[in-house]
Design a protein around this ligand. Structure first.
Ligand code: PHE
Length: 347
């Protein structure tokens, strides 16, 4: 039996060497490995008739022979397939001179570019960057900011309400109309002292035109510490705007009303175009309106869990979208989120 196996193996390898085509290979494979009547298959089937003492010796030998033969067939098949492929490729024409496709590389949107710049400058002055939810509760967007339900100050901002179950504690859900709710969220989370800015997307139920869109970006600022006054705010904003525009900017305060600050104010900066002399852009006033701000209202500190007897601070909010428009002299707000590549590619 051992001899039979050896002979079979030698014969198979010899036969294989003579094979020159795929059909020949397939016929020969049937002869040796065919399920029904292949010589290898037959031997494997006959193993069960061997005397019990022979089985452990012949069994493994037979298996080894079978594996060697199968492997040899497999190799031969592969060599035919490879030869086939080479032939096919050599027939095809491959033009190595065709210019390759140019892959377009995108770039950062102007809104994000300016946001990064704002974050960089405030980080240098020790501010952290915070984030908050765009779908906000009425509580955080209004109540916690000292704007009770039914208070006329609610009408200062037209709000998108979400059709969702009211939060039992925090009222209806709204698309936040301002980044100010993150003031209270940050105080709740980190306590005082604090020094943060919050760039983010905000939403209002506006009739859109060249200067109003339903979606725009704001940057909130909040500084809470001991012995803080509006002088600090003036200093920080002057420094921020001067670094941003790369030239010395003058700022001024005017009285303003926001329910969550007391006193409240508006901050203007000197017109960059005419250096405060008066031109068309600043409507001949020499000043550009920039943001709302003020000392954080006691009720807001309370909502944030900050002890107003020890700490006080100021907050501000400016329109990042408006800042981008000023910086690049964009005269229609709708261009910024319109997704028109002819516009976006200019920055
Ligand atoms: N949240 C105000 C607005 O959207 C701006 C503001 C922020 C005013 C912080 C005062 C203090 O108009």
């Amino acid at each position: 039996m051992e001899q039979t196996l050896k002979n079979l193996e030698a014969q198979a390898l010899k036969d294989l060497e003579k094979v020159t085509s795929m059909p020949e290979l397939e016929t020969l494979e049937l002869q040796y490995l065919g399920r029904k009547d292949g010589s290898v298959t037959n031997i494997m089937k006959s193993l069960k008739d061997l005397p019990a003492s022979q089985k452990p010796i012949i069994g493994p030998l037979a298996n080894k022979t079978k594996t060697i033969i199968e492997y040899a067939f497999e190799n031969k098949r592969k060599s035919f397939e490879e030869a086939d492929l080479t032939k096919q490729l050599s027939k095809e024409f491959f033009d190595t001179t065709i210019p390759s496709k140019i892959r377009e590389i995108g770039h950062i949107h102007p809104l994000s570019q300016v946001q990064e710049e704002v974050e960089r400058i405030f980080s240098q002055m020790g501010f952290s960057i915070m984030d908050g939810p765009e779908v906000e509760s009425e509580y955080y967007n209004f109540e916690s900011l000292n704007v009770p339900k039914d208070h006329p100050a609610r009408d200062m901002q037209d709000t998108f309400f979400i059709q969702e179950k009211d939060d039992p504690k925090h009222g209806r859900m709204v698309l936040r109309t301002q980044t100010s709710p993150v003031q209270v969220r940050t105080m709740e989370k980190y306590g005082a002292p604090l020094r943060v800015i919050v760039p983010g997307r905000t939403f209002r139920y506006e009739a859109t035109d060249a200067s109003h869109d339903t979606t725009f970006y704001q940057v909130e600022g909040l500084l809470i510490d001991k012995d803080i006054s509006l002088a600090h705010l003036k200093g920080i904003m002057k420094e921020f705007l001067s670094r941003l525009f790369g030239k010395d900017v003058v700022v001024r305060f005017r009285p303003g009303y926001f329910p969550f600050v007391e006193p409240g104010l508006e901050l203007d900066f000197s017109c960059l175009l005419c250096d405060g002399k008066g031109c068309r852009v600043c409507k001949h006033s020499g000043w550009v309106e920039f943001m709302g701000a003020g000392m954080v209202h006691e009720n807001v500190l309370k909502a944030g869990g900050v002890d107003s007897k020890i700490y006080q601070g100021w907050a501000f909010g400016f329109g990042l979208t408006r800042l981008v428009m000023m910086k690049y002299k964009i005269d229609d707000i709708r261009l910024l989120l319109g997704g028109d590549l002819r516009f976006n590619k200019q920055f």
